[in-house]
Design a protein around this ligand. Structure first.
Ligand SMILES: [Mn+2]
Length: 322
């Protein structure tokens, strides 16, 4: 099926129901939030009611997104009880990824751009070439002939900026810039959005970064670093403050893949963020531990203690680079 046919099938599904539950994955990032909020506005313009739900709190840097106050943290009891209400899932490979309860036994609509994407829903549109789901939602907006408002443009620009690593990942191409050019024309402010995302860090995040980088290990093409629960406590950091630490590791010259490990509180487990400059497919690596993601950015959870978790991941990264 072509992308056009799949978008047409989506629009048909949008027309077929008066109300939708709209969500994305747990621990939402800029793409999850921006693309969901923009799609909610598309559905508004199509005359549909939408319950916008995310299981987890909104990271501080995204709280200035337009219409962020629409987000609830669990679907309404009435929506859960009414199985005729379809659920639209962005960036998920199944219901479990949303972290929400009550989505079972209803029509599911799946829009995703992950290599680990799966056809789990009634309608599935997976485009691995898309640099962000925000680009897919942009295409839906054009096909639906709705007005791309300044607030939608801001949400979609945020999606694309964050999911391309500020236009640096290998998925960034001429089409990316054609889309963000159009979004800037329609009211997205590149400087304001960059300020909100990259220049609004809490001090705890920078302290945590210091703790992580003081543990930096670099061996040939692989770099790694970690923080313990104690480091988290000492710096006053939370999970959100760990976002992006791994990007400092992969920024080292000659390093082809990098991993950042965060000890999970109360569990003998570590949350891993893995990056690659492109030679190694780290989505595959994460999948082997039950996680997922993209070729050059992925994540998973691995059992501890630290030396065991580190050993298991380093074997995979080194073998993959041989
Ligand atoms: Mn994404």
């Amino acid at each position: 099926m072509t992308h056009e046919t799949q978008i047409e099938a989506l629009l048909e599904a949008f027309r077929a129901s008066p109300r939708f539950i709209l969500t994305s994955h747990a621990r939402p990032d800029g793409d999850a939030l921006g693309s969901v909020l923009a799609l909610a506005e598309i559905l508004d313009q199509l005359g549909r009611q939408t319950d916008v739900v995310f299981a987890d709190p909104i990271p501080l840097i995204y709280r200035t997104l337009p219409n962020i106050e629409r987000i609830h943290h669990k679907p309404s009891a009435a929506d859960v009880a009414d199985h005729s209400i379809p659920a639209i899932l962005l960036e998920c490979d199944g219901i479990a990824r949303t972290g929400l309860l009550g989505l079972e036994d209803r029509i599911l609509i799946n829009i995703d751009h992950h290599a680990s994407g799966r056809n789990f829903a009634s309608i599935n549109w997976i485009d691995e070439q898309a640099c962000a789901v925000g680009v897919m939602v942009y295409r839906i907006a054009l096909a639906a002939k709705v007005e791309i408002t300044p607030s939608m443009a801001t949400c979609l620009y945020t999606s694309i900026l964050s999911d391309t690593g500020a236009f640096t990942y290998s998925c960034t191409n001429a089409n990316t810039f054609a889309v963000v050019h159009d979004l800037a024309l329609r009211g997205a402010s590149p400087s304001q959005i960059a300020r909100d995302i990259y220049f609004s860090n809490p001090a705890s995040k920078i302290r945590l970064l210091g703790a992580a980088l003081s543990n930096l290990q670099c061996d040939g093409k692989v770099a790694w670093a970690w923080v313990t629960s104690q480091d988290m406590e000492r710096t006053g950091a939370d999970a959100e403050d760990c976002e992006g630490v791994v990007n400092y590791l992969i920024s080292i010259a000659g390093v082809e893949s990098a991993v950042f490990l965060r000890e999970l509180p109360g569990a003998n487990e570590f949350r891993l963020s893995i990056r690659s400059k492109g030679k190694l497919d780290v989505a595959r690596v994460a999948e082997s531990f039950g996680g997922g993601g993209h070729r050059s950015a992925s994540g998973c959870t691995v059992g501890g203690p630290l030396d065991v978790a580190t050993g298991r991941i380093l074997i995979q990264l080194r073998d993959g680079l041989c």
